[in-house]
Ligand binder design. Structure first.
Ligand SMILES: [Zn+2]
Length: 491
């Protein structure tokens, strides 16, 4: 059996002023042909799961491109056209095919387009024709469109946030593709988009409304005619008509059943909508609370400055407050500031340096902080994720410096990456367990690896482009009315 394999993954925050261009992909993942198999084989990723199932089933994989960039602004026309054309050209060259596996995100917004994945899937369908099955795993944050559902035979979203089931979902998408190709199943799909734009803060699947919805979906999946149910919480920081919650039910040849289950889940999502509203602790109060605690580590989650949600990653408000109150044994992981890193490189390890840190990308993440500190360490920013997320995958932070400001240690990085793995602190020689306060720039993902080591977690409401306070954003193009932005929807 011959199966085509490609990955194109981006979560686009349309409020970000950082264009997602070729360099952003090169900084994270841009691999062609067989190289992508070498990079992702045996990793805790979708591709890892897909490659595993394919190779164990004796499938010939025709690998095209694996491209992913850290969430930021719209994907530039140049790089999107390049990746799309490369995938389509490789598809034509790979014929005849028994199936197509595409690892996509679901919230990619290229310049001049609202729905990147819908556009790509439509083009792929045109190349392979109506009979070659297409199977697609997507991120829980996908803003699912009718085009995506129309052009893919099988779709499945991550069922967890933190996303600890990426490998499992990749394997599921591959397994289902093989079953469709062997004519063992014939998927039919239903999509529901209730008028809901859940903020990120309460989208976690350990508890709350997403847990309720997935528990209900889990009951429904016990019916053997139901192949898969995905509740996409959606990505709210994309000002496009399809932003928000999406429900996809896939059944085996039973459209009426898919529609009925989707209706029931839509009603449940609406009933629990208010549980998605999230309120964080103000910065001063959060830092004071952490200082008042005797033992550590206390996690201060800088939820609104999560590069994984397209925020700048150079927010300064928590750092400013830590310095103001004279906090000790604190780590800020991390601040994206390549210029500050270079200043530290110039000063050299062990030497003092005065510089401005952070607050440089835009006016949404606080002003730069003027500091004098000592360069504690320098490194090339390479580490290996211990997981559970991305286990085994190499991480790249670019040249990385640790600046020690009276025992507030600031990890300065050159490539944007969310603080989702304690390895990002350990690899620069800091033991997170020996610190009192750990500031992590992450909304929910940090919980997978930091919750087990944290004495306490404080969810901080600092400024930033991944803030759960959606009334701070100037939406123009989302569907209206929509919960929770429009008061009419609160009854
Ligand atoms: Zn996600």
């Amino acid at each position: 059996m011959r199966v085509f394999l490609a990955m194109l993954s981006h979560e686009t925050n349309t409020f970000s002023n950082i264009p997602t261009d070729r360099r952003q992909f090169e900084a994270r993942n841009l691999h062609y042909g067989g190289e992508m198999l070498e990079v992702f084989r045996n990793t805790g990723t979708c591709l890892g799961g897909m490659i595993d199932v394919a190779e164990r089933s004796g499938v010939t994989l025709l690998s095209s491109v694996a491209a992913a960039a850290s969430p930021a602004g719209r994907v530039t026309t140049e790089i999107y056209a390049h990746l799309k054309e490369r995938i389509l050209a490789d598809l034509r060259a790979a014929a005849p095919l028994d199936g197509v596996l595409l690892d996509l995100h679901g919230a990619m917004v290229p310049e001049g387009l609202d729905d990147g994945e819908g556009d790509l899937l439509k083009a792929v369908r045109e190349v392979v024709g109506p009979t070659v099955p297409i199977s697609v795993p997507l991120d829980l944050h996908g803003n699912i469109s009718a085009d995506m559902v129309a052009h893919a035979d099988f779709l499945v979203g991550y069922k967890t946030y933190p996303h600890v089931d990426m490998r499992e979902r990749g394997a599921e998408a591959a397994q289902r593709l093989l079953e469709i190709a062997a004519r063992k199943i014939k998927p039919t799909r239903a999509l529901r988009k209730p008028p809901m734009l859940p903020p990120l803060g309460n989208q976690g699947t350990a508890r709350g409304p997403m847990r309720r919805l997935y528990d209900l979906a889990g009951e429904m999946e016990k019916d053997p005619r139901v192949l898969s149910i995905s509740i996409f919480a959606g990505f709210p920081h994309a000002d496009i008509p399809d932003a928000g919650l999406g429900i996809v039910v896939v059944t085996d040849g039973d459209q009426a059943l898919a529609e009925a289950k989707a209706d029931e889940l839509e009603r449940a999502a609406w009933m629990h909508r208010k549980e998605f509203v999230h309120t964080g602790v103000p910065v001063k109060e959060a830092v004071a609370k952490a200082l008042a605690t005797n033992a550590g580590p206390i996690i201060l989650a800088d939820m609104a400055d999560n590069t994984g949600g397209g925020a700048a990653g150079d927010g300064t408000e928590i750092l400013r407050e830590l310095l103001r109150v004279g906090a000790k044994a604190a780590v800020v992981a991390s601040i994206w500031d390549p210029a500050a890193v270079q200043a530290c490189v110039k000063a050299g390890v062990g030497n003092a340096v005065s510089l401005k840190v952070g607050g440089k990308v835009d006016d949404k993440h606080g002003e730069p902080v003027e500091v004098t500190g000592r360069v504690r360490t320098l490194s090339d920013g390479r580490f290996v994720h211990k997981g559970p997320m991305f286990r085994g995958l190499e991480g790249k932070l670019g040249t990385t410096a640790v600046l020690d400001i009276n025992d507030v240690k600031v990890i300065l990085i050159s490539y944007r990456w969310q603080t989702l793995d304690p390895e990002m602190i350990r690899f620069v020689g800091i033991d997170p367990l020996a610190e009192k306060i750990l500031v992590v720039k992450s909304t929910i993902h940090y919980r997978a690896a930091f919750e087990p080591i944290a004495r306490e977690i404080i969810e901080v409401d600092a400024p930033g482009l991944s803030s759960s306070n959606l009334s701070r954003f100037g939406f123009k193009r989302i569907r209206r009315p929509i919960f929770p932005l429009d008061p009419v929807m609160e009854d």
